[in-house]
Design a protein around this ligand. Sequence first.
Ligand SMILES: [Zn+2]
Length: 300
Amino acid sequence: MSGMAMVVPTEPLYMALNSVKKLRTSMGDLHKLLSNGIRAEHAEGNEAKFAQEIQDHINRINRFYRDLEQATNNLVPPPGPFTLGNTASLCQESTQDKQALYKQLVQSFKWTDKVHEYSIVAGSLLSHNTLKRSYTNSSSAKRRRIQPSSHNVPPQAVDNVILNIDRLFPNMTMVIARPFASNAVLTVTLGRVLQAVIAFKGLMIEWVMIKGFGEQLDLWTESRHKVFRKVTENAHAAMLHFYSPTLPDLAVRSFMTWFHSYITLFSDPCRRCSNHLHNSLPPTWRDFRSLDPFHEECKQ
Ligand SMILES: [Zn+2]
């Protein structure tokens, strides 16, 4: 519980505990020796040897005892009582099943400590991340005003961009719906290969879910087929890759062009190994620039 721990040097404490351990062990050894009594090797005039063994043990105990004394002298008593806060009341708990709470409490303290530690690391890593897509944590309101927003685009403009893309690809059909207020949710059918749901926020692609034919189309459940789960994962990477706050319509067009290349998901061989299947999967990756198909393991 480092949150409330006082700074106590642990080295002397460790040494003191260690000397307690040594003392207890040597004491145990002496008792064992005494309870075993004189053994065959000590018989016939060898009693002196037994006495010597006992003497050795006692000497060792004396030495360890001195060590312990020294170690405890080195200990600094804590400056005040430990403040356990409300947890101190736990010892007054009389219900049987609640008495184990303290252990769980310590566990959760450790856990929150770790979460705190990890979130600091994650926070510093993410602050260097250039894939930041929203301006909610923008440092100044002024900056927010200047930046072109791909979030607040009128529905009609979004429809126009999508319809223009629809015209480019005859074997890809798109249906626009608006189940969540003004933001568009696009249902895309790519030939007889796959289906996708694409959620927009203004002109920004917010989420993609890819499914096979016959699967229920929604935004949150993953496909039961590994191949479509893999393509979904890659689509998420693509959605971030093509994102552009300054040219949102181009970003959508680039993404849809990339997405359209999956029309050959089950027919094109891998550009690298020239095989159709690798680990029982077709080439599920498409290069962002060339749109070349690659297996997951074959891309660089
Ligand atoms: Zn390959």
